[in-house]
Design a protein around this ligand. Structure first.
Ligand SMILES: [Zn+2]
Length: 515
């Protein structure tokens, strides 16, 4: 007894020397959410994650997933407890080597109580062991884990991590990823970044993927199944890794004719957005029944339905544009979604212009004129659409018109400097719409508050269309008066539909997750 007291006193004296002692009462549970008004329980408070090491074993026949995820975190508060976001059954949690108490709460919260509280600034290694059948685990009434005839896919926005790894599930906390998955021989495993290793033993093959640049949790993806893989190098020197499910049927060739253009399109986009921010590029098309595509980092997810009407390079351009606008520069909160979708849609406008299928101005005029003032379209504010309208078509189309209005206001020279400078200035970070406004004002020397309020934050149709400098703005007259005039001029009616319009609209199920 006496000996223990002496040791305890000595340890106390040592800690006094090393740190300012915090009273036990100063250690509090971290918040169960990251503070996002759209999704209050998503993400967590009190710590930041720098790395995920996700080690899985997956059996496609039964959808059984076993995993051990090791998280490197730093406490940003004095924590008696902290939360992770996760949906599968947990067997064990360790924090800095010691077993920790844990409990599931809410829809996707995992409360972890370390054996020793974590002082602000302390580093923590958190190991979570778990297993489950992800397709059977419903949260908020759905699972983002999609079964395919020969395996499974994790891809979804804003939720998809919960079904395969515990995380701080909010884009404001980005981290590097190692994803290593053991599957029966004959299967492929697809994830983000570079395939760093592949080895087989006793009928099982382990694939080890590495994403060495910061990545938001919703941009992590995983697919297991039978795939045809193509690898190449872009003309600019980036490694390309694409994969196609072997059972895409009639969509197989159109999918390849689109996604195999990835390297070319990344190099083309680099001309507008600057150097590609990641060390690998590609896309994959699993045999899923969804309709959307998603800009999963370096390895875009495409539903086969994106190619049901033939090839679509426009959707490839959209998802690749997100690698700069969304993945490298990520939104700070989900209300900043215009920074992702307005610019990805605008990249499709630029591609249309490049392909001589309608200029960005013609597309912007068309969007403006084809929605009458009483159309619900104009009630959605792209700058703050609310969670229910976060992926509404207006966020994309009106959002891209807002970008064209910006271009017309600052002029081409400043506009293209902004378009390229922003992803460089904010590379691998996060930003708000207000941050973007400040940057665009700095580069252009123009005040942009009124412009952005009109196009992003007003729930009604702007009185004037996005006019190019020196040209008269289109006014919001009743549309349709002289629609279809061969010269494409409308005098206030609906301009002729640009040739690229249908392909652009086909990408509108881009984020429709069907729940
Ligand atoms: Zn998008």
């Amino acid at each position: 007894m006496r000996k223990r007291l002496i040791v305890s006193a000595a340890a106390g004296a040592l800690s006094l020397l090393l740190t300012v002692p915090a009273a036990a009462a100063d250690f509090k549970p971290g918040a169960a959410g990251a503070g996002d008004a759209y999704y209050p329980t998503y993400g967590n408070g009190g710590y930041r994650i720098s790395h995920y090491d996700i080690r899985l074993k997956y059996q496609p026949a039964t959808d059984e997933l076993e995993g051990t995820t090791t998280i490197l975190a730093t406490a940003t508060d004095n924590l008696s407890r902290f939360n992770l976001d996760f949906a599968l059954d947990v067997q064990e949690v360790r924090v800095n080597g010691r077993p920790a108490a844990f409990a599931a709460s809410g829809e996707q919260e995992l409360e972890v109580t370390p054996a020793r509280p974590l002082a602000k600034g302390a580093q923590a290694t958190v190991v979570v062991r778990y297993k489950g059948v992800p397709s059977t685990v419903k949260k908020y009434g759905f699972t983002a884990w999609q079964r395919t005839p020969d395996g499974a896919v994790a891809a979804g926005e804003p939720e998809s991590a919960w079904w395969w790894f515990p995380s701080n599930d909010h884009p404001s906390d980005k981290a590097t990823f190692d994803v290593s998955v053991l599957v029966p021989d004959g299967n492929e495993v697809i994830s983000n970044g570079v395939l760093a290793g592949k080895s087989s033993q006793a009928g099982w093959t382990r694939f080890s993927w590495r994403e060495n640049k910061p990545q938001a949790t919703y941009l992590a993806t995983l697919a297991v199944g039978k795939f045809d893989v193509t690898t190449d190098t872009t003309p600019g020197g980036l490694p390309v890794y694409n994969a196609y499910s072997k059972d895409l049927g009639d969509n197989a060739d159109a999918a390849r004719a689109s996604v195999e253009r990835t390297g070319e399109l990344v190099d083309w986009l680099s001309g507008y957005f600057g150097e590609y921010p990641f060390s690998s590029v590609g896309g994959y098309v699993p045999n899923t029944r969804t309709g959307f595509a998603l800009e999963t980092q370096t390895r875009v997810y495409y539903s086969p339905r994106q190619f049901a009407k033939g090839s679509n390079t426009s959707v490839v351009v959209h998802e690749l544009a997100h690698q700069w606008y969304g993945d490298s520069v990520s939104l700070s909160g989900w209300s900043d979604i215009w920074l992702n979708e307005g610019f990805a849609r605008y990249a499709q406008f630029l591609w249309s212009e490049h392909e001589n299928e309608g200029t960005a101005q013609e597309l912007a005029d068309y969007v403006y004129a084809s929605h009458p003032a009483d159309d619900r379209f104009w009630t959605v504010k792209p700058g703050d659409p609310g969670p229910d309208n976060q992926f509404d078509g207006a966020v994309y189309d009106r959002g891209a018109v807002a970008v064209q209005a910006l271009r017309n206001t600052v002029g081409d020279d400043a506009f293209f400097r902004i378009l390229k400078g922003w992803p460089t200035e904010r590379r691998y970070g996060n930003a708000t719409i207000a941050d973007f406004r400040a940057y665009a004002e700095k580069v252009s020397g123009k005040k942009l508050g009124d412009l952005l309020n009109t196009w992003l934050f007003t729930a009604s149709k702007p009185a004037l269309g996005p006019a190019p400098a020196g040209a008269p703005a289109k006014t919001s007259l009743a549309p349709g008066a002289d629609a279809g005039r061969a010269d494409g001029q409308s005098g206030g009616g609906v301009p002729v539909e640009p040739k690229s319009w249908k392909k652009i609209q086909e990408t509108n199920s881009v984020h429709d997750e069907g729940h």
